[in-house]
Design a protein around this ligand. Structure first.
Ligand code: GLV
Ligand code: MN
Ligand code: MN
Length: 411
């Protein structure tokens, strides 16, 4: 490690830490195209400019910092995202961006000579916390989300994505597939905090990703009849909350049977009054499984159960798939190259792990060779203020990323 790498990491980490942290929960609320998102973006631009990197925002709102001219092609890109889930942790996303700048500092300290352009990226709206769809920036770039579809996305306050983009000074009519940009990239490596305990259990600081489970989000709308909570006999009610509650239990059962996961983590109720029977309960299901057929079985089973419960209570049910990401198998050649680079330095075998979490690297894997590095998370907790990684492990992640970038971009 060059002398300043640890301190460069810690200084950036300290600067970023207060942005968007809620004083009560201690969690982060960094949502796409809000003022807080703007602060995170300004931080990114400062980091780029203070290192003499060319800064640009692409048509889809993703931010890039370049060393060397990307027009040269075959660029090596690293980075992640700065947005968060509601009350998220400090590491999911920012660790990959801060580590990217710190790895560049490390390589400059080593006087590495770059033979390929190096890019650092902050992908917009990875978590989809505001508009409900994850990885909007990378999906648009990769052509997995059209401009028309993106223009229909709406947040919980009824603000559409184009209006939110405009409000933040970005032209929403320019968004769409960006194959020219992707054609200039030879490899994308995303470093991320692990969102499980595999590295803690194996005793390793850093691992390499093998695959991402197929996953998706489904919206269940249960519609009944609003009525008085005090005067309506139980027998006369059409209460959608009952079918919703039974469906939550069915989701747990189906997931257990298939060795998968299924979560109703977000709900909207109308009219949302303590003394009113709801007219609508809208629940969002997130489900993931190791393979496609298990996922189909789980979601099919949940929907079938929901329809039976809805019928039994006189409830109308609509189920809409809002997003889906098929299984991702990361590029084998790039993955082997990462293992070789990291193994050569340490003489160790670096663990190779699958994950149930979604990432921009997964979205881009259909267009360009991508790989991921994971940094140990001692509790495995993620999407929560309790998410963590030790300082030593973060620095080990920076050094591993620096080795990888040196191996790929300084040959
Ligand atoms: C993103 O972190 C996801 O897996 O939902
Ligand atoms: Mn996340
Ligand atoms: Mn993430």
């Amino acid at each position: 490690m060059t002398q300043d790498t640890g301190s460069s990491f810690h200084q950036m980490w300290r600067e970023l830490l207060p942005l968007g942290r809620h004083p009560d929960s201690g969690g982060y609320r960094r949502f796409a195209w809000t003022g807080t998102d703007g602060e995170c973006r300004a931080w990114f631009e400062d980091q780029a400019r203070s290192r003499g990197l060319a800064h640009e925002v692409d048509r889809n709102g993703n931010q890039w910092a370049w060393l060397g001219d990307p027009a040269g092609g075959d660029a090596v890109v690293t980075g992640s995202h700065l947005d968060s889930v509601p009350d998220g942790g400090a590491f999911d996303g920012p660790l990959g961006v801060v580590s990217a700048f710190a790895a560049l500092d490390e390589l400059r300290g080593r006087q590495a000579r770059f033979t390929r352009p190096l890019g650092i990226v902050n992908f917009g709206d990875e978590e989809g916390a505001r508009f409900g769809l994850a990885c909007v920036g990378s999906r648009l770039t990769a052509g997995q989300l059209t401009r028309e579809q993106a223009h229909r996305l709406t947040d919980g306050d009824g603000v559409t994505l184009p209006r939110a983009m405009e409000g933040a000074g970005h032209d929403p009519d320019a968004i769409g597939p960006d194959p020219e940009r992707l054609a200039r990239i030879g490899a994308f490596v995303e470093l991320h905090v692990e969102q499980g305990r595999a590295l803690d259990l194996s005793g390793d600081r850093v691992g390499i990703a093998s695959a991402i489970w197929p996953h998706g989000r489904w919206r269940f709308d249960f519609r009944g009849e609003a009525n008085h909570a005090g005067t309506t006999r139980l027998a006369d009610r059409r209460d959608p909350m009952l079918s919703y509650a039974e469906t939550v239990l069915a989701a747990r059962r189906e997931a257990e049977l298939a060795g998968a996961v299924a979560t109703f983590g977000k709900i909207a109720v109308e009219p949302n009054g303590v003394n009113a029977i709801p007219s609508l309960v809208r629940g969002w299901l997130d489900s993931r499984a190791e393979d496609q057929s298990s996922l189909d079985t789980v979601v099919g089973g949940i929907e079938k159960a929901a329809r039976q419960y809805a019928d039994a209570h006189g409830i109308d049910l609509d189920v809409v798939r809002e997003s889906f990401t098929p299984v991702v198998e990361f590029d084998h050649a790039l993955r082997d190259e990462l293992a070789r680079i990291l193994g050569t330095d340490t003489g160790l075998t670096v663990p190779v792990l699958g994950t149930g979490a979604g990432h921009d690297a997964g979205i881009l894997s259909g267009s360009i060779p991508t790989a991921m590095l994971f940094v140990r998370n001692p509790t495995g907790v993620s999407h929560s203020p309790a998410e963590s990684a030790s300082e030593d492990d973060c620095v080990a992640g920076v050094l591993a990323l620096a080795d990888v970038l040196e191996g790929l971009a300084c040959r």
